[in-house]
Design a binder for this molecule. Structure first.
Ligand SMILES: Cc1cc2nc3c(=O)[nH]c(=O)nc-3n(C[C@H](O)[C@H](O)[C@H](O)COP(=O)(O)O)c2cc1C
Length: 170
């Protein structure tokens, strides 16, 4: 599958089957994160793979009771290991880096026939407690990973004319 096809087709999956994720596929999704770009190539990140059913069930509460999180056979947790850095453009390095890595993972997952759903709605303190994440580490993004139980509906996007301009802001 080409990159543009993956971008066009990917949808957030909020219903998962119990089918396990093959180790080779999981490894490829993680490889997509490993190869993603980061500011100054610092790669200040750690990706936690949760496969334990009991822990997955506990993660539902930490993800503000989003029940579908508990259906997936895998949950990926993207952590910034050296948070707090601000780039000269004023943007935080950690959330930008981890967001790129998560975007790469969700596209790679789609290419492999797997579903994901980026989660920004979670209680970071609860996630850190559950997963024994040290105090200095930030959790930037979480996604379930698994096979979609239903095909998600297409979602709308703004028209290209509404979100682009040329030469100067207008
Ligand atoms: C930063 C971010 C946070 C999100 N948080 C959640 C979330 O907590 N729960 C959820 O169900 N979807 C979440 N989403 C998914 C969006 O709702 C979804 O991407 C958007 O509606 C477009 O739909 P699509 O992904 O199917 O194209 C999040 C997406 C992003 C990028």
């Amino acid at each position: 599958m080409g990159v543009m096809t993956a971008i066009r087709e990917r949808r957030s999956v909020r219903k998962y089957t119990e089918q396990p994720v093959e180790k080779e596929k999981l490894d490829l999704v993680l490889e997509a994160a490993r190869l993603s770009p980061s500011a100054s190539n610092r790669q200040d990140w750690k990706f936690i793979v949760i496969q334990d059913k009991e822990m997955i069930a506990k993660m539902v509460g930490a993800c503000n009771n989003q029940g579908f999180v508990g259906q997936a056979p895998v949950i990926l947790v993207a952590c910034a290991t050296n948070p707090g850095g601000i780039m000269s453009c004023g943007q935080p390095r950690d959330s930008v880096d981890l967001s790129i890595a998560t975007a790469y993972m969700i596209l790679a997952a789609h290419d492999l026939g797997l579903g994901t759903c980026w989660l920004g709605s979670f209680n970071e303190a609860k996630v850190k407690e559950l997963l024994k994440i040290p105090a200095g580490i930030r959790v930037v993004a979480i996604t379930p990973l698994g096979y979609a139980a239903t095909k998600p509906r297409p979602t709308n996007r703004k028209d290209i004319e509404d979100i682009t301009c040329y030469e100067q802001y207008s």
